[in-house]
Design a protein around this ligand. Structure first.
Ligand code: C2O
Length: 558
C-alpha cells in the first residue's frame, strides 16, 4: 500500500459567477478542492495549512477512521479548529472501502466552499462490473452569492427570530460551474463543466452532493445511467426510473454511463435542486448544467427531462431500490442479536419560551461544547465546557420504542412534539464496543416538507428498510432486508416517514450522527455515539496526535 500525501492550503480567493465577485474560503485556490485519489489500503497524510482568517477542520466524509478517531475532523466533536496561521496533519488509512467519498470542512458553514471528492480504486484493479474507461468526479453543490459569514449570521437570525426571509443559494453548480454563458458588461464568461467523451466508451460518474441544503436530481440527456455504488460500497447495478438519480447532501453515487448516444452532438447533464429551505432568492436558478460532448459536435445540446423540484416520490423510490452484496463481513453479526436500539425522532421545536427555533432529536437540540472537543474531554477525563447553564451535558431523553403506548403517541400526535418546548444539551449515547446497534429514524410533523439525510461518522450502516408514516415495530421489522441491504453512511429519511439501519460499533471514539442539511445540523439535529474501548490496547482509544489543535488558539467566525 502506498502513502498518498497532500498539502491543503486554506485561503480566501475571489470567485466569479453570475457576473459578480464573491470572496470564499477554499482549499488550494480551487472549488471544488483537489480530489484525493487513493487505492484501497493506502495511507493518507494531509497537511492542512490554514492561511484563512477562520478556524477550520476537515472531515473525510465516510472514511471509517477505524482506530484513528482523532483524524475524523468533526469540529468540537473530535477536535478544536485549526487556528489561522497554524497547521495540522490528518493521518488515516482507507481500508475495506471502494468507490467514492468526499471531504469537507466540518465547522460553521465553511463546507459550502471547502470540499472535494475522494476516489478509492480497488487494489486488485477489478470491479464487480467491466472496468470503466475513465473516472469522472462530479461534485454537485450550491453556490451562495452572499459572503458565507453573512450566511452564518442569517442562520443565527433564522434560529433566533424565526426570520425566514433570508436568501438561500443563488444557484446550483457542477464541479464549481453553473453551466451557462454570461455576458458580463461585454465580457463573455463561459461557466460550464464539459466532459468530452469517446463514442462507445464507459464512464464512471462519481457523484458527490456537497450542497448545504438541497437534495439533487441528476440526469444526462440521451444516456442510460446504471447505479453501481454509493458511499464507497458497491450496489447491485440498477437503472433508476427515467434514468434520474437522486442524491442527498452528504451522499455519493457511482454511476456508469456508456457514450452510446448519436455522435456529433452534445448532451446536457443537469443537476436540479429540490425545494428546501432556506428559500432561494427570486432570481435563483436551482439548476446547474454541464455538457457531455462527442467529437465534432455541433448544434444545440439536448436537454434532459427532469422531475419536478417538489417531487419527493422519485427520491424515495430511488433510495428504496438500492440493494448491496451479501458478502459484507459484518452482515452475519448484523443479522443476529441487537444489543442497542435507538428510536430517534427528527423534529423542530422551540426553546426559551418559544423565542428560539431549534431542530432536535427526541426533543433535544444538540449543542457543541466549547473549549475542548468531546473526544478530548473523554480522553483526559475532563469536564465538558458548555456555553450557558441551560446547555449542559445531560443524558438524552430516551424512549422505549417497543412500548406500544409510546408508539401510539407518535402515531397520533407527532404534533405534540413540536409544541413541546425542546431542551438544548450536548447529548451522547454510550455504546459498548462491538455491539450491534439498530437506529430507527422517525420524521415528525414539522419535517413534512423536508427529508433528512442522516449521516453517521466512523461507521457504515446497513439500511434495512424505509417507509412512509409512523414506524410500527411489530409490522415493520418484518420488512427488514437482512439478505442484501445496501451499506451506506448517509440515509435519506423521507418527510413524515422513517428509516431503519443497523451497524456494528467496532470503532472506539465519539462519533457524530447528524442531519446533513447544514441548517438542521446547526440548529441541533444531531447527537453523538460514544463507542467504548475494545478489550485490547490495540482496540482502545488511541492517544491524540501531538499537533492536535488547541481551542485557546482562536475559533471560527468571530
Ligand atoms: Cu459530511 Cu458530519 O459530515
Amino acid at each position: 500500500a502506498a502513502v498518498v500525501e497532500h498539502t491543503f492550503l486554506v485561503s480566501e480567493v475571489t470567485l466569479r459567477h453570475l457576473c459578480r465577485d464573491t470572496v470564499a474560503t477554499v482549499v488550494n485556490g480551487q472549488l471544488p478542492g483537489p480530489a484525493l485519489e487513493v487505492t484501497e489500503g493506502d495511507s493518507v497524510v494531509v497537511h492542512v495549512v490554514n492561511q484563512s482568517p477562520f478556524g477550520v477542520t476537515i472531515h473525510w466524509h465516510g472514511v471509517k477512521q477505524r482506530l484513528t478517531c482523532w483524524a475524523d475532523g468533526a469540529g468540537m466533536v473530535t477536535q478544536c479548529p485549526i487556528a489561522p496561521n497554524t497547521t495540522f496533519t490528518y493521518r488515516f488509512d482507507v481500508v475495506g472501502q471502494e468507490g467514492t467519498l468526499w471531504w469537507h470542512a466540518h465547522i460553521s458553514t465553511l463546507r459550502a466552499t471547502m470540499h472535494g471528492a475522494i476516489v478509492i480504486r480497488p487494489k486488485s484493479g477489478s470491479y464487480p462490473f467491466p472496468k470503466p474507461h475513465q473516472d469522472v468526479p462530479i461534485v454537485i453543490a450550491d453556490f451562495w452569492q452572499n459572503d458565507l459569514r453573512q450566511v452564518q449570521k442569517d442562520l443565527e437570525l433564522w434560529i433566533a427570530d424565526g426570520d425566514h426571509s433570508k436568501d438561500g443559494p443563488a444557484s446550483a453548480t457542477i464541479n464549481g460551474k453553473i453551466g451557462d454563458l454570461y455576458n458580463c458588461s461585454g465580457v463573455a464568461q463561459d461557466d460550464t463543466f464539459v466532459l468530452d467523451v469517446e463514442p462507445g466508451k464507459t464512464y464512471m460518474l462519481r457523484l458527490a452532493n456537497a450542497a448545504l441544503s438541497n437534495e439533487y436530481y441528476f440526469k444526462v440527456a440521451g444516456h442510460r445511467l446504471t447505479v453501481v455504488g454509493s458511499d464507497a460500497n458497491y450496489l447491485r447495478p440498477y437503472n433508476a426510473t427515467g434514468d434520474v438519480v437522486a442524491i442527498a447532501p452528504g451522499e455519493t453515487l457511482d454511476v456508469l454511463m456508456v457514450a452510446d448516444a448519436p455522435p456529433c452532438h452534445s448532451y446536457y447533464m443537469v443537476a436540479l435542486g429540490t425545494q428546501s429551505p432556506p428559500p432561494a432568492p427570486q432570481t435563483a436558478t436551482r439548476l446547474a448544467r454541464g455538457i457531455v460532448r462527442y467529437p465534432n459536435s455541433h448544434g444545440q445540446a439536448m436537454e434532459p427531462q427532469m422531475p419536478d423540484q417538489h417531487d419527493r416520490t422519485t427520491s424515495f423510490h430511488f433510495h428504496g431500490n438500492m440493494t448491496g452484496y451479501p458478502n459484507n463481513p459484518l452482515l452475519p453479526q448484523v443479522r443476529g442479536h441487537v444489543h442497542d436500539k435507538f428510536f430517534l425522532t427528527l423534529g423542530m421545536g422551540t426553546i426559551r419560551n418559544h423565542t428560539v427555533h431549534v431542530a432536535n432529536i427526541n426533543n433535544v437540540s444538540f449543542h457543541l461544547p466549547q473549549g475542548r472537543s468531546l473526544l478530548e474531554a473523554r480522553y483526559h477525563g475532563a469536564e465538558l465546557v458548555t456555553a450557558t447553564e441551560e446547555m449542559s451535558a445531560r443524558p438524552p431523553l430516551e424512549f422505549d420504542y417497543t412500548d406500544p403506548v409510546l408508539i401510539n403517541f407518535f402515531n397520533r400526535s407527532a404534533k405534540l412534539l413540536e409544541l413541546e418546548p425542546s431542551r438544548r444539551a450536548t447529548t451522547m449515547r454510550h455504546i459498548a464496543y462491538n455491539s450491534t446497534v439498530e437506529v430507527v429514524f422517525q420524521s415528525t410533523t414539522l419535517m413534512e416538507d423536508s427529508p433528512n439525510p442522516m449521516h453517521l461518522h466512523g461507521h457504515d450502516f446497513f439500511v434495512l428498510a424505509q417507509g412512509i408514516g409512523n414506524y410500527d415495530a411489530a409490522r415493520d421489522t418484518a420488512s427488514y432486508n437482512l439478505v442484501d441491504p445496501p451499506v451506506k453512511n448517509t440515509v435519506m429519511v423521507t418527510g413524515l416517514g422513517w428509516a431503519a439501519v443497523r451497524f456494528v460499533a467496532d470503532n472506539p471514539g465519539n462519533w457524530f450522527l447528524h442531519c446533513h442539511y447544514e441548517f438542521h445540523m446547526g440548529m441541533g439535529m444531531a447527537t453523538v455515539f460514544e463507542v467504548g474501548n475494545g478489550p485490547t490496547p490495540e482496540t482502545a482509544l488511541p492517544p491524540p496526535p501531538a499537533d492536535l489543535p488547541r481551542c485557546d488558539r482562536g475559533i471560527a467566525y468571530e
